[in-house]
Design a protein around this ligand. Structure first.
Ligand SMILES: [Cu+2]
Length: 292
């Protein structure tokens, strides 16, 4: 019994230490941290719910595992051949059978209710304040703001060009910028192969599929920089097309919009469009045939 008490004390201490460490390092931005073993800190209500659900499941799984372990230990100690030379011939017990059917059902219902609630929260896009279309390309992202009519490419910053404090393989030249505390609808699509737009601290991961538009949403509650990566194997440069979302105040966003409209609204096509234009410079054989 003493051993059991010590085991419980050890578990409680480790959970407190791990939980405390997580809270102490939670900064205002979203991204990976050194020696991190939990989920990235939540930047949106959806992610806060995901973390809650994850921790909730951990307690249920822990309790089930400990209970089964306790039963196994009891069986091994009390009912081994030496301790129990004349075994009982009991084969059925209605009460126990009812319990081991009903209790798991209750556990599953307890899990299902918050699970479905979370699923609907993720899937029902509220009325959007800002819409951004993210197009996955080999190997960078293009962000277009359909309401503002501009689009720009967001490419990885190479190691040699990093400024102090910028994380390696996670920094881009042009960040996606959105206002804080606003519902942002993200439309995703792929220009060549399947990519996936994912930002862990937003609780968002959605495939970007050629020929199809997927949609998701987030509402960032704190100003800061949030990092993510393409999360669908998309070829040689898969690891080198990070996602950076800069969440700013409403005022900063308006200023950025005014700047961005000038910066990106030139008639100059974006880099990928340039490549396509070059390819299209010579008429294709099929087009020639059609013209004749
Ligand atoms: Cu990709």
């Amino acid at each position: 019994m003493l051993l059991f008490k010590r085991l419980i004390a050890f578990l409680v201490t480790s959970v407190t230490v791990i939980g405390g460490a997580g809270a102490a390092t939670a900064a205002t931005t979203g991204g990976p941290r050194e020696w991190e073993i939990g989920l990235q800190a939540a930047g949106t209500p959806v992610m806060a719910d995901i973390i809650w659900f994850h921790d909730f499941l951990l307690w249920i799984i822990g309790a089930v595992a400990l209970f089964v372990l306790a039963l196994l230990v009891i069986v091994m100690v009390r009912f081994n051949a030496r301790a129990n030379p004349v075994p009982s011939r009991t084969t059925h017990n209605t009460m126990i059978e009812v319990i081991w059917t009903v209790v798991p059902v209750l556990i599953l219902v307890t899990i299902a209710v918050p699970s479905f609630r979370l699923l609907f929260l993720e899937l029902n896009v509220p009325k959007a304040d800002v819409t951004v279309k993210a197009t996955g390309k080999q190997w960078f992202w293009s962000y277009s703001y359909p309401d503002q009519k501009f689009e720009f490419d967001s490419l990885l910053v190479q190691d040699k060009d990093l400024k102090p404090g910028q994380p390696r393989l996670l920094t881009v030249d042009n960040e996606m910028v959105v206002p804080v505390n606003k519902v942002v609808k993200v439309l995703t699509t792929g220009a060549d192969v399947i990519h996936s737009w994912a930002v862990p601290s937003f609780g968002v991961k959605i495939d970007a599929i050629p020929g199809r538009i997927n949609e998701t949403w987030f509402k960032a509650e704190r100003v800061g920089t949030y990092y993510g990566q393409c999360s669908e194997l998309c070829g040689r440069g898969h690891a080198f097309m990070p996602i950076v979302v800069h969440v700013v105040t409403e005022k900063e966003y308006t200023a950025w919009l005014a700047d961005a409209k000038k910066k990106y609204a030139s008639t100059e096509p974006t880099s990928s469009a340039k490549v396509a234009a070059k390819k299209d410079a010579k008429p294709r054989p099929t087009e020639l045939a059609a013209a004749e």
